[in-house]
Design a protein around this ligand. Sequence first.
Ligand SMILES: N[C@@H](CCC(=O)N[C@@H](CS)C(=O)NCC(=O)O)C(=O)O
Length: 238
Amino acid sequence: MTLRLYYHPFSSYCQKALIALYEREVPFQPYLVDLGNEHERGGFAAIWPYAKFPVLTNDTPSETIPESTPIIEWVDAIGYDTPRLIPADPAEARGVRLWDRIIDNYLHSPMQKIVGDRLRAEADRDPLGVREARATIATTYELIERRLPASGWLGGAQFSLADCAAAPPLFYLSLIAPFAERFPRLQDYFHRLVARPSFARCIEEARPFRAFFPGAEGGAGWPDETAEAAPAADRLAF
Ligand SMILES: N[C@@H](CCC(=O)N[C@@H](CS)C(=O)NCC(=O)O)C(=O)O
């Protein structure tokens, strides 16, 4: 079995799949796709017509698995000796899958809407759509703040599919829809996510592409470059 992941390190949905691969320690070939290159986009569209990543392929048996959640379900079902990302208990698994849907639909996609709008020409912008996206994100922040366990993870005591889904959009949202001041429990959770080795690895691999991100809100900085995140020695150096 040889797995190949079509992806880009800066893409938040690809990071969602990467976190799962790293958590479960599944070997795979990373295959970086430059969607800005027409030739590469065309080749990728032959694999998955929507030309959206991540897409995971396997050679034996030959199969193509698009979409981050089915990829994680697939990765989770492999008989590896690492902790599973979807609980065995059916009720707990339903809870984790519900959070995965909430995060993708009401946090991740609205985040893409805001970022995508900034990348458009002025004449093509959609201010109403962006306001609606911000309202949806605010509702999700409130829901997480109310429902998140004080310690632990979104779906319960174990790190799960739900946390794979939440980490990447929260990272980019910390720049364009900051939550630290109004949502302390969410902020604590975010710190736990950033410290998780699987996601910390994604952050490092995406770092070279930060210049492509279209601007932060109100001077917010990358979470690991703010004064709060800097080591004490750096903060004290005049
Ligand atoms: N529902 C998909 C969303 C994938 C998605 O939106 N990927 C983005 C990158 S984060 C993409 O490929 N964008 C390129 C494009 O739309 O041209 C999933 O869960 O994988």
